[in-house]
Write a protein that binds this ligand. Structure first.
Ligand SMILES: CC(=O)N[C@@H](C)C(=O)N[C@@H](C)C(=O)O
Length: 595
């Protein structure tokens, strides 16, 4: 009877996101960081009532959240307008004024854990050790701060406290594909894998008793598996591998004596319950495609934060009686049911050297299809494009665009060896994997080679710039969102605690001068002939504004067509709804102008 108007761009951004959550130990309250009011704040819901109420009004992103085990207060970390310098505060469960716990301008703090009595806060900070970080313990009663461990060799972070609080686990980050975990007891620091000098990762670890540690590692394997370390004897053993999957998160289920294992495989995740005692592994069905966080309470209740290609981030509780997930939040896209959104196809192609690459391909409804493809190289680069909701992708497919997102070599979730393939090769193999993705689509999916756009953020922005400079004929127009433009300046401008990993990750500007020149987009200014749109957050600490400034300045000196948008109150992403909406409106307008 009634015909409603087509959705406006903004409708896709009228869904909200969740950065983090915590459940009160008595399970009466759920606390979460969401941009429900437009900017990120902490909100809460009483479990018996489930209507959200605000706890904070500071309008900043959350970088850590823990609840006192006696339900008296919450510890939370917030940065300022995207600068990622998280400061630590305490607040009452009812919300209100924040009590500063560690607020040191220009420093970054990472929340660790609270002692069982809620008196001691273990945390990591850049203060006094910007490159390797330090681990501290702050006494909330006496207001005294104790240095527990000075970081060295790689960024050193606190991870877990032992049940008797006489030891803790710490992680050293030597590279994204080389990070080891150590147990620190009686002044001694011991690796929980047999040889820390062998390149491998330790992803996640839990104490199941004061002497038993279960963790996920790639030690001498390509895919991460479950391992065990006995603190007293120092014995390491491999416990369980799931073929083709990487175990990325391990959570103890004290109530059953078992473990929850979160595994990843390419573009999706899986969840298992495992009993080390009887080796019993059972898979839980999921209500999401990708899990962002798993929490298990003392009573044994399981909560997850997760999302899917057509499902915005939501928090779910697992019902053990009916083996079903109950949604505690209900973020959705107003007016657009999930069936009307684009569910991507997972495709696989052989790249220039025979390496098999997986990609997600989003297509619009055939009536809306404008025949144009947007190539989206993801960021990281040691991350992956997965089946997680992106309002921008759903908005663009609704508007008629197809999106191709390849998990080029170097992407995570395909094994350690694949992830290593981008190290010291930022601009050759991954670039050609992106070109092979387009060629594959042209050959197999009836795509017109004259209808291809290019857009990416961060490393994806770097790749968009590089592809533009080296393969301009492939693309109609290019959007770079906080992309690296110059490897020489990038390696010096990243946060100090990233610097120890730069040599393995990107290379050495002196030894690898020739490769840095060849792989820096700024080398190819003269070939950047297509219309460009560059977007940058002024406070971005990862890819600093100077990366975008320099390429825009030089392109303009070359009389190239380049539009430049700087967001003064953002960092590495768009945390404020008003910014997210206006940026996406401009992205759509730019693409439509160059159809
Ligand atoms: C050290 C590291 O790998 N950082 C990534 C998470 C990251 O932020 N990379 C940037 C360059 C990006 O592509 O997002």
């Amino acid at each position: 009877m009634l015909t409603f108007p087509k959705a406006d761009v903004s409708q896709f951004f009228r869904t909200y996101s969740i950065q983090n959550f915590a459940v009160s130990p008595n399970e009466e309250q759920l606390v979460f960081s969401t941009n429900l009011s437009g900017d990120y704040n902490l909100w809460a819901m009483d479990m018996n009532q489930r209507f959200p109420y605000p706890l904070t009004s500071m309008n900043q992103s959350n970088h850590g959240l823990i609840y006192d085990s006696n339900n008296r207060f919450i510890i939370a970390a917030f940065d300022h307008d995207g600068d990622e310098n998280a400061q630590l505060y305490a607040l009452p469960p009812e919300g209100g004024a924040l009590l500063p716990i560690q607020v040191n301008e220009g420093e970054r703090h990472m929340v660790g854990e609270l002692s069982e009595d809620g008196r001691k806060l273990y945390y990591t900070s850049t203060k006094n050790n910007a490159a390797f970080l330090n681990i501290y313990c702050y006494d909330l009663k006496n207001e005294t701060d104790e240095l527990l461990l000075k970081g060295s060799e790689g960024a050193t972070t606190f991870t877990t406290l032992s049940p008797e609080e006489d030891s803790f686990l710490l992680r050293k980050h030597f590279a994204n594909t080389h990070s080891c975990m150590y147990v620190h007891r009686d002044g001694e620091t011991t690796a929980i894998t047999p040889d820390a000098s062998v390149q491998h990762t330790v992803e996640s670890a839990v104490y199941t008793s004061n002497e038993d540690i279960y963790f996920a590692t790639t030690y001498k394997e390509d895919f991460s598996y479950l391992a065990h370390f006995h603190v007293q004897t120092g014995a390491f053993s491999k416990v369980l591998a799931i073929p083709g999957e990487s175990i990325v998160e391990v959570k103890a289920d004290q109530a059953s004596g078992g473990l929850y294992l979160h595994s990843s495989q390419g573009v999706t995740d899986k969840l298992y319950h495992y009993h080390p005692e009887n080796n019993d592994l059972s898979r839980l069905h999921l209500s999401v495609e990708v899990i962002d966080k798993v929490t298990v309470t003392k009573a044994g209740n399981l909560y997850i934060l997760g999302r899917g290609s057509t499902l915005p981030m939501n928090i779910f509780k697992y019902g053990k009686d009916d083996a079903n997930w109950k949604a505690l939040t209900d973020f959705r896209v107003p007016g657009i049911p999930r069936e009307q959104m684009s569910e991507p196809a997972t495709i696989s192609y052989s790249s220039f050297d025979g390496t098999e690459i997986e990609a997600l391909y989003f297509t619009p409804d055939s009536a809306a299809d404008n025949g144009h493809v947007i190539l989206w190289p993801h960021g990281g680069p040691q991350a992956a494009e997965r089946k997680f909701f992106r309002a921008m992708f759903q908005m663009l497919t609704y508007e008629g665009y197809r999106i191709l997102a390849p998990n080029f070599r170097g992407s995570s979730n395909y094994g350690l060896a694949f992830m290593k393939m981008v190290e010291g090769d930022w601009g050759h193999g991954p670039r050609l994997d992106n070109i092979a993705a387009i060629d594959y689509l042209i050959d197999h999916y009836n795509v017109d080679p004259d209808k291809i756009f290019l857009m990416g953020g961060s490393y994806g922005g770097y790749m968009a710039l590089l592809l533009h400079g080296r393969h301009p004929d492939y693309f109609k127009a290019v959007i770079d969102i906080f992309g690296v433009s110059n490897l020489f300046s990038f390696v010096h401008s990243v946060p100090d605690f990233w610097k120890p990993i730069m040599k393995q990750w990107v290379g050495d500007p002196v030894e690898d001068k020739e490769r840095f020149t060849r792989d820096s987009p700024i080398t190819y200014l003269d070939q950047m002939t297509k219309p460009m749109f560059v977007i940058q957050g002024a406070n971005d600490p990862r890819v600093v504004k100077a990366e975008s400034d320099q390429i825009v300045d030089q392109l303009r000196q070359n009389n190239a067509e380049v539009k430049y948008l700087v967001l003064e109150d953002e960092g590495h992403g768009f945390s404020k709804k008003s910014n997210e909406m206006s940026v996406n409106r401009e992205i759509l307008a730019f693409l439509n102008d160059h159809l």
